[in-house]
Design a protein around this ligand. Sequence first.
Ligand SMILES: Cc1cc2nc3c(=O)[nH]c(=O)nc-3n(C[C@H](O)[C@H](O)[C@H](O)COP(=O)(O)OP(=O)(O)OC[C@H]3O[C@@H](n4cnc5c(N)ncnc54)[C@H](O)[C@@H]3O)c2cc1C
Length: 349
Amino acid sequence: MIIGGGLAGWRAAEAAVAGGASVTLVANGPGNSPHIHALNCPVLPEDSVEQYIEDTLSSGRYENDRALVEAMCAGSVSLKDEFPFDGTLIRPLGSTVPRCVSIRHAIGAIALAEIQARMKDKVTVEKRTVTPEEILERRRTAPGTIFIIATGGWCGKYDFSTNPQYLKGDGLLIAEALGAATRDVDRAHIQYEPTVRTEGPMRGIPVITTLLFEGARLLNQEGKAFLDNPRLNKDELSRAIFREGGSAIYDLTAVPEAKLLECKMDPAERRIPVAPAPHSSLGGIAIDPQCHALDRLGKIVPGVYACGEVTAGVHGRNRLGGNGGTAAMVFGAIAGREAAAEWNKRSRK
Ligand SMILES: Cc1cc2nc3c(=O)[nH]c(=O)nc-3n(C[C@H](O)[C@H](O)[C@H](O)COP(=O)(O)OP(=O)(O)OC[C@H]3O[C@@H](n4cnc5c(N)ncnc54)[C@H](O)[C@@H]3O)c2cc1C
């Protein structure tokens, strides 16, 4: 049983079906995955898995779980053979080289649609909200069930956030009910998106930070540009805006129109009020590199797996841009594969 229908959940479903398991996927919405523009996959000759690991650790202030980072970065390499990336190559804040790849700036939605089409009729899909009580009841009545928790992050619990309200951390309660531990579920382990619209019908929608490399500026309430170095990490950028009173004007006057069109932005809109908003959760369910959920002593909880943004440890204190999608893709596939292997082992007994 997979709880969650974002990229992590669907990648897990595909891998679990490939491994011979019978899969039910339950989700109460599309999650954040359809918003993913681009994700990390080292493709340039001067790039490497080692450099990708170093960028991820340095962005995370070396508070990441190194084994998880190594698993993600190594697992990302095969993504370029699985998806027809279109040559888009973005350098996210905190990366030493351009590494964010995409398909038409919409890799999340495209990959999800592709996987769902491939899995049509192979997975039972239920659209509803899962509760910890239901899971405990299921464990009692169908003890052979293996659970994969892929419920995404928990930033939706904050009023001003880039996430939908239903992403509020249900998976953490489900994990705890099943005996798994959670960690770093606090304000210090939230990635703020620095430049989120504060006004109008698009309130809560981010304006991409890479426009700062294309001539965009951040202005304070007096209309003064206040960034000496636009190549800051997202957390440093958010802090810079908080220091200026908590909000800013994203001035796109100098950004070429073609660039704005490429980023699916209205070129007529040149001064956008923005503020940092909770965007990605960095803490969550404790896992090992095989996506087994771990208990408080670090021991594997049998029959429980977790993947994607609901887990802790991959991103440390600060998620490198593009790693949300890569983590969902890579760990989703690992969780599905490992869960199917456990399922097969149990069936043989
Ligand atoms: C606006 C925006 C843009 C982003 N852009 C990028 C980007 O360009 N690159 C990048 O790498 N990352 C990006 N991210 C981060 C990225 O979207 C996430 O890290 C990633 O999608 C997480 O995938 P997931 O499958 O773990 O969770 P999600 O895709 O969020 O899916 C969670 C699933 O769990 C379900 N669920 C939750 N609770 C329950 C419950 N109780 N019962 C049933 N179902 C439940 C939800 O309905 C949903 O189906 C962006 C995030 C946002 C908000």
